[in-house]
Design a protein around this ligand. Sequence first.
Ligand SMILES: [Cu+2]
Length: 143
Amino acid sequence: MNKNSKFIQNLSIGAIIISILISGYILLKPSANQPVSQKSGGNGDISLVDGKQVIKMTVFADRYEPEYFTIKAGVPVRWEITSSGQPGCDSGAIIPKGFGNGTIYLNPDQGQVTVSEFTVQNPGTYKFGCPMFMVRGTVQVNN
Ligand SMILES: [Cu+2]
């Protein structure tokens, strides 16, 4: 093997490694881009207004943002759900499991806010999600 073909071989190996790195970056990017609040609990998004715990959440085609809330049991909750306008299975309805007032039907138009009010009496970890439960979120209810 002469010097030139070895150089071309090294170049091809380098190109393959770079493509692997780029595709890996593209594949992992969505999770790496999650706001810190989603990973650490998102409690900063909850404020107490007129004695109600206000949760603000936006529905995107593939996720809720934030997707994790911590609230207190026995204190009324006002859940303000904003539609991003992105089409998705989750843009039509939210199913709360074991809390709230049943299915929450959303107006999927961009900027529309749907409000659901309820009080959770029993502490625990509750899930909510789209009708197929592929897009999910969590409400942690503490004493
Ligand atoms: Cu779904």
